[in-house]
Design a protein around this ligand. Structure first.
Ligand code: DGI
Ligand code: FE
Ligand code: FE
Length: 182
């Protein structure tokens, strides 16, 4: 697996200062959650560092990956980067759980691992996220409640903006509705 410092330089080289700063904020938030939930901090840090690696690829580079994208992903700039980022991180030696954390960090999915949830939630609740960051304490108290709150907020926003909703986003939301304890 790639060393943290090596990936740091690669990611820094691919992202604008603003997006890289977001990535650093996600690392900090993800480490906070990893400590609460007893998850391997080294894996969490690498995933957080790599999660948006493909966010600013040029269209021509994205085209190379057209075959692996579904119809919704092909037309939605926000969704493409997670799938392509997962492929790139596989090349850096990420294990399957880490690759899935990158792959599903935008939509979520049913039955996520604890690492997948931490990356999804750290991304949504880093300190630069005006609304998202208000959910930090909820996440630390009950990670599944945190997932439901963030998904519900995201889907409402997508509806308000008449955006396409990916099936994984819906499945993820339904999963937490059907499995909630109260
Ligand atoms: O890459 P980031 O901006 O850091 O964060 P992200 O990967 O979570 O992507 C953020 C955007 O993706 C956010 O504005 C919500 C949007 N998103 C999440 N699920 C869906 C979605 N957009 C569409 N169109 N459909 C979805 O199902
Ligand atoms: Fe992202
Ligand atoms: Fe992000």
């Amino acid at each position: 697996m790639i060393e943290y410092d090596e990936l740091y330089k690669i990611v820094q080289g691919k992202l604008s200062a603003k997006r890289f700063n977001h990535t650093l904020n996600v690392i900090n938030r993800a480490v906070e959650y990893a400590r609460v939930y007893g998850v391997d901090e080294d894996e969490v840090k690498l995933c957080a560092l790599g999660h948006d690696i493909a966010k600013e690829l040029r269209d021509i580079e994205n085209k190379k990956y057209n075959d692996i994208l579904d119809d919704i992903e092909k037309v939605n700039g926000n969704l493409i980067h997670a799938k392509i980022g997962a492929i790139m991180c596989k090349q850096y030696g990420f294990n399957d759980d880490m690759i899935n954390a990158i792959k599903y960090h935008t939509t979520g999915r049913e039955n996520m691992s604890i690492l997948e949830k931490i990356i999804y939630l750290a991304d949504a609740t880093e300190e630069g996220r005006r609304v998202g960051s208000t959910y930090v304490e909820v996440v630390k108290k009950d990670i599944n409640k945190g997932m439901l709150e963030i998904l519900s907020w995201t889907i409402k926003k997508l509806l308000d903006e008449n955006k396409v909703i990916h099936i994984d986003t819906i499945k993820c939301y339904n999963y937490y509705i059907l499995n909630r304890e109260n």
